[in-house]
Design a binder for this molecule. Structure first.
Ligand SMILES: Cc1ncc(C[n+]2csc(CCOP(=O)(O)OP(=O)(O)O)c2C)c(N)n1
Ligand SMILES: CC(=O)[C@@H](O)[C@H](O)COP(=O)(O)O
Ligand SMILES: [Mg+2]
Length: 620
């Protein structure tokens, strides 16, 4: 039971609370978040950091009339709590439950669907421009983290915003962290703003005066906007970069001081030009374990809130990748690793520890990461660019224009290929085969297990004929199967008749399990073939392996539109004696959130579902 939080049905309910009551509300929200997220999993530390900021935003602005755009929106839980969604938190990120991100379909208070980083300024500017075109009046506020601010889209949008002089308000939520420590020149510049001694000696005066600002006519507001020297000079000096772009910089302000936040937000509410309020927050604030280890508490599974989450290394595909790359790099000084703000997630922490000069965290800039690797490859350096499948979408032109046209020996290590689970539709990696298969010169590999991933990486270190993409899924790696092919030719995993089941990646083992089920249930054995190399595909060999089969079923953890099945069947077309063909994978739709096992079952991609479809095909 929470004294204030339980009574919040919408933002109007916090507007009547006093500052002291809002402080109690902030405490209650943190308590609720830790309790609730420990049972469902979710993004913990970022939300704990924005409790006061979100309260202050909803206190000052008038949602849903005013529009708030949360960048990435992994930090939007407090916003969801204040907009009437508390009772749904037990379903957070589960199949059919509350999303972990903002969704327009979920609430009138969610103004844009996000999940990928650095879109909030573009989206906010688009909304604000549409508002002006329609002669409407409301405020648009984009809330962007210091990590998300490193993304190219944010810079492109600020460049446009300053020039267009549209009334858009930016809140820079600066906690000095991306998922791990934030990097880059911008991060250093923000650090200078935070630690400027002149500023802190004046901070008391600034805050004291600003917190008394009641309206646009207030002397302090006029004072700030009129002065060319003094305080204005001093504020301008602090945010020179933004000011030069045409965006008024205000701050920094303590993001856990409700009174100061409210005063500053009221001040920017009055401006009609582009303005950025720099807010300093602490990631994980108020929960000691998360304060000490903000990266461990960035995205969590279910956890015991009374104990710290230990940094255990899971035997997942990312670890296989990271461990293998360390082994390869130990013997080959030309190997380097490139990551776009995902060192931990992609399994590169040990690599960074052992080879700090040969790893490059470029911030949230997948496009730059790819072209950076291309530049290195022209000089004989061997870059391994590790990016999640979903974020790799960002770099499509760079993959084609900068790597594949020049046929450069870059290795793309595509983590989280296939469905990822609870992050949902913005994060599933179910399009990479479709979008990569069309690109000439690119070799695409898709291991069935951890052993095969290791061998593919070893192979890639000796491969200089062009670029390679190796795609592997989120989750624990299987090591139980021997790797029979080093040339990545199709591998017959089970010899049978009539039906040929052709799969790739982790689905090969699931298809094998399904086929073994069918064999033990009804005594019928299909042929099961694993295809480790999707492009170029060994169609001639495949043709001979499926000869005489009446039905061909392809299986992939990917969309069937332009996916693996299409690639198999395109190459076999006209050569398979009118065999009937079926594609098992995701239909032409975005896939919802949920545990991976639930989603596979729901879409007929678990062993039981595939076995059922094999039997249906057999029975006509
Ligand atoms: C294009 C893209 N690349 C990578 C990510 C993964 N990612 C999610 S949150 C995050 C860090 C964001 O840092 P910041 O904006 O400062 O928010 P904080 O977590 O510190 O609150 C990253 C890298 C993403 N969502 N989108
Ligand atoms: C919000 C975001 O994009 C990341 O935090 C993502 O949720 C990480 O996913 P993994 O848990 O698979 O590393
Ligand atoms: Mg941050």
């Amino acid at each position: 039971m929470y004294k204030y939080l339980d009574g919040i049905k919408g933002p109007q309910d916090i507007k009547t609370l006093s500052i002291d009551e809002l402080k109690v509300l902030a405490y209650e929200i943190r308590h609720f978040l830790v309790d609730s997220v420990s049972k469902t999993g979710g993004h913990m530390a970022s939300n704990l950091g924005v409790v006061e900021l979100t309260i202050a935003l909803h206190y000052v602005f008038d949602s849903p009339k005013d529009h708030m755009i949360w960048d990435v929106s992994h930090q939007s839980y407090v916003h969801k709590l204040l907009t009437g969604r508390k009772s749904e938190f037990s379903s957070l990120r589960q199949l059919g439950g509350l999303s972990g991100f903002t969704k327009r379909s979920e609430s009138e208070h969610d103004k844009f669907d996000t999940g990928h980083s650095s879109t909030s300024i573009s989206a906010g500017l688009g909304i604000a421009m549409a508002r002006d075109l329609k002669h409407e009046t409301y405020d648009v506020v984009s809330i962007i983290g210091d990590g998300a601010m490193t993304g190219g889209m944010a810079f492109e949008a600020m460049n446009h915003l300053g020039h267009s002089a549209v009334n858009l308000k930016l809140i820079l939520n600066d906690n000095e962290m991306s998922i791990s420590e934030n990097v880059g020149g911008l991060s250093r510049a923000l650090n200078r703003l935070r630690t400027n001694q002149t500023y802190f000696s004046l901070k008391g005066i600034t805050k004291g005066k600003l917190s008394k600002v009641p309206s646009v006519g207030d002397p302090m507001v006029r004072f700030i906007s009129r002065l060319k020297g003094g305080l204005k000079y001093y504020l301008v000096k602090n945010g020179q970069f933004f000011e030069d772009l045409g965006i008024t910089y205000i701050g920094p302000v303590d993001g856990h001081d409700l009174e100061a936040l409210i005063a500053h937000l009221k001040m920017i509410q009055k401006t009609k030009e582009p303005v950025l309020l720099h807010v300093l927050t602490q990631k994980g604030k108020g929960y000691a374990f998360a304060e000490q280890h903000p990266n461990r508490y960035h995205g969590v599974g279910r956890f015991d809130s009374a104990k710290v989450i230990e940094a255990v290394e899971k035997e997942d595909y990312s670890k296989v990748f990271g461990d293998t790359l360390v082994e390869l790099a130990t013997h080959n000084s030309k190997i380097v690793a490139i990551s776009a703000a995902m060192i931990e997630g992609t399994g590169l922490s040990n690599f960074r520890r052992l080879f700090p000069k040969r790893i490059f965290d470029v911030g949230i800039s997948e496009q730059h990461a790819v072209t950076l690797g291309a530049g290195m490859a022209t000089q004989g350096v061997k870059p391994y660019i590790a990016i999640y499948s979903t974020f790799f979408q960002r770099a499509y032109d760079q993959i084609i224009h900068d790597v594949c046209i020049q046929n450069l020996p870059v290795v793309f290590c595509i983590d989280r290929a296939g469905i990822v689970g609870n992050d949902g539709e913005t994060h599933h990696g179910i399009f990479d085969i479709s979008y990569l298969n069309a690109i000439p010169n690119l070799k695409i590999l898709s291991p069935k297990d951890g052993n095969e991933l290791r061998n593919m990486l070893t192979y890639s270190a000796q491969y200089f004929e062009g670029p390679i993409a190796i795609r592997y899924p989120r989750g624990m790696a299987n090591f139980s199967t021997p790797v029979s092919s080093e040339g990545w030719e199709p591998e017959v995993m089970m010899t049978g008749e009539k039906i040929a089941v052709i799969a790739t990646g982790k689905m090969s083992l699931i298809a094998l399990e399904a086929s073994q089920r069918v064999a033990s249930e009804i005594g019928f054995s299909p042929t099961v073939i694993h295809v480790p190399q999707i492009k170029p595909m060994a169609h001639d060999l495949l043709e001979s392996l499926v000869a005489g089969h009446k039905y061909i079923i392809t299986v992939e953890d990917h969309t069937v539109i332009g996916g693996f099945g299409d690639a198999v069947l395109r190459g076999l077309s006209g050569k398979i004696n009118n065999a009937l063909t079926y594609r098992i994978g995701y239909k032409d739709e975005f896939i919802e959130q949920g545990d991976v096992s639930d989603l596979l079952r729901f879409h007929g991609l678990d062993a039981e579902g595939i076995a059922k479809q094999i039997k249906e095909v057999l029975n006509g």
